[in-house]
Design a protein. Structure first.
Length: 299
């Protein structure tokens, strides 16, 4: 049996929405058409993937397994399409993903010295999509900040760097050269607590469900705007803090917090010579300690 990727995309939409009507709107098709396609998929698989009961639309165990396997399969299909179309243009290209604050230039220079005819492109990523861009083919390699889901990826460690907490210039702690994680226990963290487990373990907010909802913030600039306005604090890698300097936000070294690990990642199944050569260039030019202190306060 050959799986129909279109039916899989329909299934994923319903599985993510858990509502046929919303999924149909998202897919821009009529709900009866969507229902027929899902029934057809279930016939193909010989298993029901949704429990359509009084409690609404829920995934069955078979549906949960299908969702787990369908997402990387669809991403691989997207990646295949992108690479084939790129090859059809007759020009070799390499797209490099990178997180804010990380300087890619030395690796690019070393790579292009050996591959002057290759078109090198850069793609700025976020915490949420730094792996996704590899799986769906938007990037061939990516310089990522750990932790990430390593499933299906080849990883090469590059360096580690300290993390700092960003506080508004008028904050009571702003005059200090460093703080401990306990000093931040009463602060409102403008990011997922799982990204800073040291803070999560001592913070007052999560205790008793008193932590207010934090909107999804994808850009560093947005986080720093909220810090400057006194809405909370955020923890950033040192290189990111150094890149986004501004007088109304102060970086403070945190004495008892782990460093941020930076690595190069690519899809393990790739056998591209260009990917291998860029990995070598990145190892030679970027894999070194990064231990600078935070920049001094403008005061």
């Amino acid at each position: 049996m050959d799986l129909d990727l279109r039916k899989l995309r329909y299934f994923v939409a319903v599985a993510q929405e858990l509502h046929f009507g919303r999924a149909a709107e998202r897919l821009h098709i009529a709900q009866p058409v969507l229902s027929r396609q899902i029934r057809s998929l279930e016939d193909d698989l010989g298993a029901e993937v949704f429990d359509r009961g009084r409690r609404g639309t829920l995934l069955t165990p078979a549906g949960e397994q299908l969702l787990e396997d369908a997402l990387p399969l669809l991403a691989s299909a997207q990646a295949l399409t992108r690479r084939v179309r790129s090859a059809a243009q007759g020009t070799q290209a390499l797209t490099i993903g990178f997180m804010p604050g990380i300087t890619v230039t030395p690796a690019m220079v070393a790579f292009t010295a050996h591959h002057p005819d290759v078109s090198v492109r850069l793609l700025r990523t976020t915490w949420d999509d730094q792996v996704e861009v590899l799986l769906d083919g938007r990037a061939d390699v990516s310089i990522v900040r750990l932790p990430v889901d390593r499933k299906g990826l080849q990883m090469r460690p590059l360096f580690q760097e300290p993390r700092v907490v960003m506080v508004p210039a008028a904050h009571p702690l702003a005059g200090r050269t460093s703080v401990s994680i306990k000093d931040l226990a009463a602060e409102h963290l403008l990011q997922n607590p799982d990204a800073v487990p040291e803070w999560r373990d001592v913070a007052q907010e999560p205790q008793g469900g008193r932590r207010p909802e934090v909107p999804v913030i994808l850009q560093v600039e947005e986080k720093l705007e909220m810090v400057a306005a006194g809405a909370g604090v955020c923890v950033l890698p040192l290189s990111t803090a150094n890149f986004y300097t501004r007088p109304d936000v102060i970086p403070l070294r945190v004495e008892d917090i782990g460093p941020n690990q930076v690595a190069l990642a690519w899809v393990a199944a790739r056998r591209s010579r260009l990917v291998h050569d860029f990995a070598q260039a990145a190892t030679e030019t970027l894999a070194r300690p990064h231990t600078e202190d935070p920049p001094p306060s403008s005061d």
